[in-house]
Design a binder for this molecule. Sequence first.
Ligand SMILES: NC(=O)C1=CN([C@@H]2O[C@H](COP(=O)(O)OP(=O)(O)OC[C@H]3O[C@@H](n4cnc5c(N)ncnc54)[C@H](O)[C@@H]3O)[C@@H](O)[C@H]2O)C=CC1
Ligand SMILES: O=C(CO)COP(=O)(O)O
Length: 315
Amino acid sequence: MDINIEATDVEKTTIAILGAGAWGLALTNLAKRNGHKVVLWSRSAALSLEEALADVEMVVSAIPMIGVTATAAKIKAIGLPSDTILVTATKGLDPATTRTPSQIWQANFPNNPIVVLSGPNLSKEIEQGLPTATVVASSDISAAQAVQTVFSSDRFRVYTNTDPLGTELGGTLKNAIAIAVGVCDGLQLGTNAKSALITRALIEVIRIGTHLGGKTETFFGLSGLGDMLATCSSMLSRNYRVGYGLAQGKSLVEVLAELQSTAEGVNTTNVLIEIANREQIYVPISWQVYRLLNKEITPQEAVEALLERDFKAED
Ligand SMILES: NC(=O)C1=CN([C@@H]2O[C@H](COP(=O)(O)OP(=O)(O)OC[C@H]3O[C@@H](n4cnc5c(N)ncnc54)[C@H](O)[C@@H]3O)[C@@H](O)[C@H]2O)C=CC1
Ligand SMILES: O=C(CO)COP(=O)(O)O
């Protein structure tokens, strides 16, 4: 049954949001607009992590992948009540362990409910008040519903889901694909090529994601196809802009310096290829992105390599 949530009707939650980047700020504004009490914490804040976490019912991590392991360890040392809901909004893979952020949080807090928040959520559009939807996924459905209540509004439609890993992997793996599609557009290969690339990339994401434990149907939802379409069609996507910039002949260092913001797809592609090599998963598109990012080929050679492969069936 659909429930229409009015901001004024719901109980107010005390929340710590970690990471004061574009996504942490957008999530803070969404929760505050619903009347929840939000403490926004960042590494440079005057407030200590311990102070930020005092008496909160929910912790939302919008920290980039690079900071997740250390932050989770710090919070573990501080200690959290086992009923505090941990929400992870990071889209990345840990280079040291190849784990997802939710797996890192769960390993540190085995008794706490963990919820993944992911969807087609370009933060700039959300900050402009434009409408979108997202997914909150957990094996603990009441925790997912609590997060749904915190963030839902007439501009931000939040769906629950019981496949946290699939939800998280959709949002993470599409960043490598957004780089590939940025290259495609940067080289002006046309709408047919872009459509073919996104469609074949979805098959690739499903192949990897289901191998790692996600459910096929999740990748056809908002956090899979939905997020892939958003990031593969917008200059607001940092990952897309990485590919676009490389196609224009810029170096990766130059492109990242211009962005001055997190593009998780660079690290994710490297970790993904480590996983694919280890577990023998066929990832032709991500493989070409990997070779391009590691200066083994040019953008043009990456396209040629994809088109020159052996004939195969569409599966
Ligand atoms: N911006 C967006 O539209 C969305 C971003 N995300 C994800 O959210 C995460 C954060 O992204 P953004 O906020 O956009 O990045 P950002 O580049 O705007 O901000 C990152 C923030 O994290 C801080 N930070 C950097 N290294 C850190 C560390 N080692 N420990 C703690 N904090 C550190 C930075 O000081 C900065 O405040 C990424 O995983 C991204 O994929 C997810 C959905 C939407
Ligand atoms: O994940 C995002 C939108 O859902 C943000 O994409 P970028 O990290 O590529 O900007």
